[in-house]
Design a protein around this ligand. Structure first.
Ligand code: B1M
Length: 215
């Protein structure tokens, strides 16, 4: 729209109402106006998703509304992808990442993947609903510096410790650093279950991974 000025509240509203077309249009508008992609994610897309979650908790929204909002964010994220990706950067390290078994939430994991790739990490994204043995198999196959697990449900975050145990049984635990994240996960939980680090968001995941690979 000629002469329009991007506002976060309009983008948040588009996400909350699950309006894909408007979300994409507004992200493009923000990019044209020079807004940082990272800020579009945190102050626009993620802020909208927080409101969707609150409405779901309050019983004002149901799964279909969450799904529509998720699709709007996924489309908007696709537009942001090239702006978050690294060009001709030396590889900082290799990361294998996935959402744990029983959990199909992937927006946060996809964003972390994009942020890490943007920072120069080589990332193997295993997808969602990944059982412990598939994480172990991927560590054997890709020999990563870091294994990342994402969980959005209080019922699935507990399986993260089983994956660490499975790595120990396979004799791989000392070969790979383990990081965890997702809305219900905390620093305390990460330390308690034996992870090497916790990332609250894409930016902190970058800082954490750089620290763990010593770069
Ligand atoms: Co669901 N869901 N959901 N959901 N959903 C939550 C998580 C919930 C908190 C909503 C609520 O009640 N307020 C609630 C969980 C409650 C709990 O566990 N105590 C919930 C529920 C209950 C459910 C179902 C059980 C609902 C049902 O069927 N009755 C069901 C479960 C399905 C399953 O997984 N088996 C379900 C389904 C869904 C949809 C499919 C509809 C959809 C997901 C679509 C998709 O992902 N493709 C969905 C959505 C969209 C949400 C909310 C609204 C938004 C999640 C999101 O995308 N956030 C969510 C409420 C909320 O989180 N406030 C909710 C935006 C995203 C950018 O943030 O994922 O936190 P996040 O990722 C961040 C950080 O956490 C961090 O960085 C990311 C970027 O900054 N991070 C990492 C994430 N992973 C990381 C890994 C790292 C480091 C950092 O290192 C490895």
């Amino acid at each position: 729209m000629a002469g329009s000025v991007f506002s976060y509240s309009t983008l948040i509203q588009a996400v909350v109402t699950g309006n894909r077309t408007k979300s994409v249009e507004l992200v493009n508008e923000a990019l044209r106006e020079g807004v940082r992609p990272q800020d579009i994610v945190s102050s626009g897309l993620q802020a909208g998703m927080r409101i969707v979650g609150d409405k779901f908790s309050a019983g004002d929204f149901f799964v279909p509304e969450m799904l529509l909002a998720a699709r709007a964010v996924t489309r908007a994220t696709e537009v942001l992808q090239p702006h978050l990706s690294a060009v001709d950067m030396p590889t900082l390290g290799r990361v294998v990442l996935g959402t744990v078994f029983g959990d199909i939430h992937d927006i946060g994991k996809n964003l972390v993947t994009m942020f890490l790739r943007g920072a120069g990490f080589e990332v193997f994204d295993l997808g969602v609903n990944i059982p412990a043995d598939s994480f172990v198999k991927a560590v054997k196959e890709h020999n990563p510096d870091i294994l990342g697990m994402s969980a959005l449900l209080t019922t699935t975050m507990s399986s993260m410790s089983n994956i660490i145990k499975a790595l120990e049984i396979a004799g791989l635990r000392s070969r790979v650093k383990v990081i965890v994240g997702g809305a219900p996960v905390t620093q305390h939980f990460a330390e308690h279950m034996g992870a090497d680090g916790y990332g609250a968001d894409g930016g902190s995941a970058i800082r954490l991974c750089r620290h763990l690979v010593g770069k």
